[in-house]
Design a protein around this ligand. Structure first.
Ligand code: TIU
Length: 230
């Protein structure tokens, strides 16, 4: 590959050095994507998020073939919940008026304890399973940089640019791009490879990322990237 590539993006072309670019796939876990998981219990639209699985698979395949560094994240907690921010637990538990919240983080659902490491529901869906050598970051927050080793692991691999996919657009995807932007990484989200729990959230979240000449970064469609890397 050439030392610098460029793809059509909003608000303008995204230029990236493939040797220093990682694909970062956020939280494509059963708990956020499948029936009976944490997302469904929150009231999320599963059809919307499931639509991001196939494009993310394509994106992974293309990036792997091109030799890009691949990172995955998983949101979740230690079985004793000692790493769960108190706000996250309290807010869930104290929402009696919201009847959707019948279960909270750490409770036992059909795929195991919700968002707890080691449980079936916490892991990444089969279609997008990490390969040996790919980095998996377990994170207790929405953003991928808080209380994780991701910054060190990206720097150790001389990564400066991130191509970002995953769920949900409004939550962990956007929070991670905002965190990465503050740390100097140039980020480009891939529109088809992210999804939110409702269409308006996805749309506004993406618009906010690239508003004002790239406030937090870039957004591109999948095809220009596929064309460039293949
Ligand atoms: N609630 C919600 O939309 N998402 C999360 O809690 N986590 C992620 O976005 N991964």
């Amino acid at each position: 590959l050439p030392s610098l590539l460029s793809i059509d993006a909003k608000p303008y072309a995204f230029a990236f050095p493939p040797q220093h670019t990682a694909l970062l796939v956020i939280d494509m876990q059963r708990d956020f994507l499948l029936a009976g998981g944490f997302g469904a219990i929150q009231g999320g639209n599963l059809e919307a998020v499931q639509a991001s699985i196939a494009p993310t698979k394509k994106l992974l395949e293309v990036c792997r073939r091109a030799g890009l560094t691949v990172f995955h994240t998983r949101e979740g907690h230690k079985p004793d919940m000692s790493d769960c921010p108190s706000s996250k637990l309290v807010r869930q538990a104290e929402a009696p008026e919201n009847t959707q919240h019948t279960l909270v983080i750490g409770d036992k659902g059909p795929m195991g304890r919700l968002l707890v490491r080691g449980e079936y529901g916490h892991d990444i869906v089969d279609e997008l399973a990490p390969l040996p050598g790919e980095v998996v970051i377990d994170k207790p927050g929405k953003g991928s940089f808080w209380n994780t080793t991701i910054l060190h692991k990206l720097k150790a691999r001389a990564i400066t640019h991130l191509i970002v996919a995953g769920v949900t657009t409004e939550c962990c995807f956007a929070t991670t791009i905002r965190e990465a932007n503050d740390r100097g990484f140039e980020c480009c989200g891939i529109e088809e490879a992210t999804a939110g729990y409702n269409a308006e959230f996805k749309c506004s979240s993406l618009e906010m990322l690239y508003w004002s000449q790239g406030l937090f970064g870039f957004v591109s469609s999948l095809q220009p990237l596929v064309d460039t890397l293949e």
